[in-house]
Design a protein around this ligand. Structure first.
Ligand code: ADP
Ligand code: MG
Length: 686
């Protein structure tokens, strides 16, 4: 169904020259599976090099291109150390070319002793010696690439090099088709943006703000359009009006009164459910604000009307926890609650599937297993999605096909998304906000500590644990590679185990689900005192007796993420503490961000100010759009360009809701290009 003109872009990367089976993995790791992805793998930054005759002309920290004669190779004694190649300039100054890991093989090949080579890279000092670590290029005299003094720097994964990626990009750019313009001509003129094809070429060539903006705008426009199409489709659909009689809700025996915000949210949901148009509502509430009970109320309304409800969780651990919590809370009502995850097999699974089909199960809690094809429902009327930012809209639509009529949807998120991003992520969903915390919460003491004081921190944790309380220990993030993160977590676990023995458990993303559960179980039951984890504990886990949280290399985490992590403590009646360990080289922004964490516990304020702190950064290099549905647009661009993109999308929809005009057709191509084509599919269906 994809427009043919886009076909060259959706060819697999393996079709490009020089991509063998060995390169597939590193490419996949970066999400570069098709030509399109390569073309959109925009440089993180550009390096500008200065050609110098000898080292006397160069200064430390400078990017240079320099002719050197290879003198000697020195492998380190153990294999893990650096591999050094000593080389000399024409004035007799020595410079070391240093390689780590597998790169030493390349060094052996590229740098024969006695030969002259041009090396480019950043000149650094290591002790008394000058060195270039992992030169970007090593070339013979007369090589073409020597002329490239201004070069893009791409993000890489293990097994890829800059020249490799550059060559793939060049090939991808060579395959770009000519596409019709989807941006309003007046807008294009006003901004003086290049057309799509030129913009991609320019963005890879130099720091070209207007090219980058245009590409970001395309992505934002595609997203807004797709969300508006979903919205329009939703308005056209007829769902089922659900009216509860209150009987089940009255049976709940909650040990507390709902807060004003909770009651208001329940009323808003109740109002939506009574409508025929399917509800599309976002329940936004900070960690610990009490979303679960609101979700339960909503599901009980469906049950009161004789219909089923499903709660979708992003992870097994969370699904299990929700299941336990809901079962306890709902016990007095007598509704039947089941848990369904990808792990359930055989008989147990069969019996749950039967229960869903014949309606004997009222509420099912689970991971995305609950919307597999094989799962059918008797009358699914409400779907609650916890932490919905992890689910694509596509999955939401898949779920929608499960009901007799499209079910009502309630999405819950603890991510305090700034307003601009809410728009990006949820389009024009209605929002209920839990802006009031349940009473009696203890503020969390947040302290920033230097990573150098690890010993003291461990001693502090020991005192805490000996005092009978529990603690979380979140491991350093090594950035980019999950495998490295896990290695770091395992190393930390080993160290802490020396001190805490059987009191400590480890949880990370590569454990088998049974192992993960067993560890969580031991911690939740109080048998283990210390839970060492990568960020898998980020969402939802609720262990009120855990009152200490240690987060290593806190500066590497997004603030929203830190806030979520910190929200794991401060849930009981005891005073809680959060220790943010910071590295020694903290930037000014980094310092401010951690100070903000110390200062406030207001998730919305943190999110807004973080956006400001990070967003104002340089044009390139702040590609931290990890919390958003975008790959091209960064936070700053989202903030600056999204309102216009959204208004533009709305205007186009008003004028040409069927996307049939010339510009409408171009917009369809845009939707496919950014894989928001579920929007187009809705168009056809409607
Ligand atoms: P979250 O919004 O993070 O999902 P939860 O639903 O897990 O929050 O609630 C956090 C804690 O607050 C739970 O232990 C829950 O029992 C408690 N809680 C929820 N609502 C109230 C309330 N109105 N008064 C007191 N405690 C509440
Ligand atoms: Mg929750």
């Amino acid at each position: 169904m994809r427009p043919e003109v886009l076909n060259p872009l959706f060819v697999e990367t393996s079709a490009l020259e020089g991509v063998g089976p060995k390169m597939m993995k590193p490419l996949e790791k970066l999400g570069l599976t098709r030509v399109r992805d390569i073309a959109y793998h925009l440089p993180d930054r550009f390096v500008t090099r200065r050609p110098v005759k000898n080292l006397d002309e160069a200064s430390e920290g400078e990017q240079i291109v320099i002719p050197l004669t290879v003198v000697e190779h020195r492998a380190s004694r153990n294999n893990r150390g650096p591999y050094r190649v000593l080389a000399q300039d024409d004035a007799g100054n020595v410079c070391t070319l240093t390689y780590f890991g597998r790169a030493s093989f390349t060094a052996k090949k590229l740098l024969p002793v006695g030969e002259k080579r041009w090396a480019s890279g950043r000149l650094d000092r290591f002790g008394d010696a000058l060195q270039i670590v992992h030169p970007d290029h090593v070339e013979k005299e007369g090589s073409a690439s020597l002329g490239r003094l201004n070069e893009p720097v791409y993000s890489l994964s293990e097994g890829l090099t800059q020249p490799r990626v550059a060559s793939l990009v060049e090939q991808a750019l060579g395959r770009l088709p000519y596409l019709p313009e989807w941006i309003e001509p007046s807008q294009l003129d006003r901004e003086a943006w290049p057309d799509w094809r030129d913009a991609l070429h320019l963005a890879h060539k130099s720091e070209n703000r207007s090219a980058r903006d245009r590409l970001a705008y395309d992505e934002l426009l595609a997203n807004s359009l797709a969300l508006l199409l979903v919205r329009a489709d939703n308005r056209r659909r007829r769902g089922q009006s659900i009216i509860g009689n209150g009987q089940l809700r009255d049976k709940l025996q909650l040990p507390y009164d709902l807060t004003g915000a909770q009651s208001r949210s329940v009323r808003e949901i109740e109002g939506d459910l009574a409508q025929e148009a399917p509800m599309l509502r976002l329940l936004q509430g900070d960690v610990g604000a009490g979303k679960t009970v609101v979700a339960l109320m909503a599901m009980l309304i469906a049950n009161e009307a004789g219909k089923q409800a499903a709660l979708l969780a992003p992870t097994e651990i969370l699904a299990r926890q929700h299941y336990e919590t809901l079962r306890q809370m709902a016990a007095p009502t007598g509704v039947e609650i089941a848990l369904l995850t990808g792990r359930d097999k055989g008989r147990a699974r069969e019996s749950i599937l039967m229960g869903l089909l014949d309606g004997s199960i009222d509420i099912v809690v689970g991971t995305h297993a609950i919307f597999q094809e094989s799962v059918g429902y008797r009358d699914l009327a409400l779907v609650v999605i916890d932490e919905q930012h992890r689910f694509g809209v596509q999955q939401r639509l898949q779920l929608a096909s499960k009901g007799k009529a499209p079910p009502h949807t309630l999405a819950m998120t603890a991510t305090p998304i700034p307003r601009t991003l809410t728009l990006a992520q949820y389009g024009e969903m209605d929002v209920s906000r839990l802006d009031e915390m349940p009473p009696g919460r203890q503020p969390i003491d947040t302290v920033v500590v230097s990573q150098d004081r690890l010993e003291d921190v461990i001693a502090g944790v020991a005192r805490h644990v000996e005092g009978g309380q529990q603690a979380y220990w979140v491991c350093p993030m090594v950035r980019e590679s999950e495998t490295d993160d896990i290695a770091a977590a395992e190393a930390r676990y080993a160290l802490l185990k020396e001190r805490f023995g059987g009191d400590v458990v480890l949880v990370h993303g590569q454990l088998r689900p049974e192992e993960k559960d067993a560890a969580m179980e031991r911690f939740a039951s109080g048998n283990a005192k210390l839970l060492v984890a990568t960020t898998v504990i980020e969402v939802g886990v609720d262990v009120p007796a855990a009152t200490l949280m240690v987060i290593e290399q806190a500066e590497r985490f997004g603030l929203a993420q830190l806030h979520q992590l910190r929200g794991r403590v401060g849930r009981g009646s005891e005073k809680s503490v959060c220790l943010l360990l910071r590295g020694s080289a903290l930037s000014e922004t980094g310092r401010k961000r951690l100070a903000l964490m110390r200062e406030t516990q207001d998730g919305f304020r943190i999110a807004e100010e973080d956006l400001e702190l990070r967003g104002g950064g340089e044009l390139l290099g702040t590609r931290q759009s990890g919390d958003t549905p975008f790959r091209v647009a960064d936070l700053e661009q989202i903030t600056r360009l999204l309102p216009a993109a959204h208004a533009d999308a709305r205007l186009l929809m008003d004028r040409d809701g069927g996307l049939s005009s010339e510009r409408g057709q171009a917009a369809r191509i845009l939707l496919y290009l950014f894989e928001r084509d579920w929007g187009v599919q809705l168009l056809r269906g409607g």
